[in-house]
Design a protein around this ligand. Sequence first.
Ligand code: NAD
Length: 511
Amino acid sequence: MSATPATPLAHDADALLQRLGVPRAAYTGGDLPVRSPITGETLGAVPQSTPAQVAAAIGRAQAAFLEWRNLPAPRRGELVRLLAQELRAARDELGGLVTLEAGKIPSEGQGEVQEMIDICDFAVGLSRQLYGLTIATERPGHRMMETWHPLGVCGVITAFNFPVAVWSWNAALALVCGNAVVWKPSEKTPLTALATLAIARRALERFGAAPAGLLELIVGQRATGQALVDDARVALLSATGSTAMGRAVGPRLAARFARGILELGGNNAAIVAPTADLDLALRGIAFAAMGTAGQRCTTLRRLFVHDSVYQTLVPRLIGVYGRVQVGDPRSPGTLVGPLIDRMAFDGMQQALAQSRALGATVHGGNRVEGIAGDAAYYVRPALVELARHEGPALHETFAPILYVLRYRSLDEAIALNNAVGAGLSSSIFTLDMREAEQFLSAAGSDCGIANVNIGPSGAEIGGAFGGEKETGGGREAGADSWRAYMRRATNTINYSTALPLAQGVTFDIDG
Ligand code: NAD
């Protein structure tokens, strides 16, 4: 790839990257081609990090950590405040680049950057609230407390579908907690990562006192991620991606007793109960199931509709599926953009074929031609009516397929909600307080996210994000997720002249 953009989309990407301050050498002439799902065109070619460069980046981050940890946390928060300012200034350009590289419609591309700004704002406040407990002690003249200390280098591996927001969820918290960050973005979306680092560099320059190596970027595929996973200098590894990736990463982290935050696949459900506000449910289901072309970890994939409202709701939903505008995400009115690549398209068609073989009724799901050339994959979202909860519905297919099933009792619907490997997100549409509370109770949804009268997707950063079971158990972003980025020390201080031992133990020595 030459320095002159060869295609119209590459031209747009180049213009955005230049405005964002990314040097051309960072995205031309490299060995990792980057293609846009909008047309399949090549946007650039990024040099991949060699093993030696990866090791050096981790080394720089480790050295930076040793300095950074000594800055008071509110001072560290100042860097994150500047990062939020820079992100605000670059919102349109970075959001536009997310659209070109990941295929999101503009409001979702911009929304992703807004999420970065939100987590930075959250982290700035947090930088003055890294609280530890003071604990009652049984010994007179003693005080017991916990203190929270910076942890070390945080490795961050991210997926293509949230190419920038997930880095910021981790980086904003890691920075205020006193850590350095090494980021391995998806090999499908390195351009937005380069742009994010260019934005962060401006914040670092304005801050002035940050050590070099505080925010590092390494580019590459699975092997590059593995190098980060296996490096003993990486104290915490936050990995976002498929459950298959988590199965590979989890044991390697455990083998060296490293901390992990695993944010893996979802197979999210919603229940539509007899009292549901069906207009609201329809909108909630449509966004959650078709938004981002079904490529969110929290995408609604399974819908359980009470027998009494099935005939009212499902035909309306099928109508919406037939009419929703599929197209170039930059075209006005488009709600469903492209799939990321051919592999995603093939996976979707395979799941639909398996469903048909099981006797399911499939609405939509076909390739939509005439939007771009053969190298882009646009599909009409699929709604699949099932008679039984079986087959591909039990696993995540990262494409817009909504499996729909009737239910008769809430117990049955909750059991179905929980009857899959993943445990990320879930919701119920009901106006019956008893049903809503049962769904949220200990005997209800087993997911990390459980909602009432909104769909399972589109979380805010204020709450802890993540899920159970095959979703990996990690939590990041809001609430007390910051604790994962720090180490806790319990301190007992004796300000008396005696030395009473805990549990009444006596140990009297001579002299
Ligand atoms: P993926 O698993 O193919 O890749 C994700 C990242 O992991 C990439 O950077 C990849 O290079 C890296 N990777 C893959 N195998 C690795 C290994 N063995 N060691 C180290 N690194 C490795 O996922 P994807 O296709 O980019 O993204 C889609 C998947 O991510 C879906 O399953 C989706 O549900 C999930 N996801 C989860 C969350 C969440 O927060 N739970 C958020 C976004 C996406």
